[in-house]
Design a protein around this ligand. Sequence first.
Ligand code: FES
Length: 103
Amino acid sequence: TTNWIDAAAHGDVPEDDVIGLAVAGRDIALYGVGGEVFATDNICTHGHARLCDGFLEGHEIECPLHQGKFDVRNGKPTCAPVTEPLRSYPVKIDGGRVWLALD
Ligand code: FES
């Protein structure tokens, strides 16, 4: 069975923006896009930058350090210099809360 972890209130995830938060000891980024919420690791796979300090445009997050980009839906790199995917996590919204499956 899936181990869902309560990460945040749904209302705390900004629309068309990103927040970073600690969930179960991990640094996680939550993105609000088109009424949906997506979750990835918050640390860029290219260097030590937090993606919550970057810019979200549509489903793409741009890293603040060298402007690499990832698709927040699946963590895939979409723009150099990033080549390694980000881990992305299943999300469900239930009872006004955002739940993540981190395993
Ligand atoms: Fe993110 Fe270099 S640290 S693109």
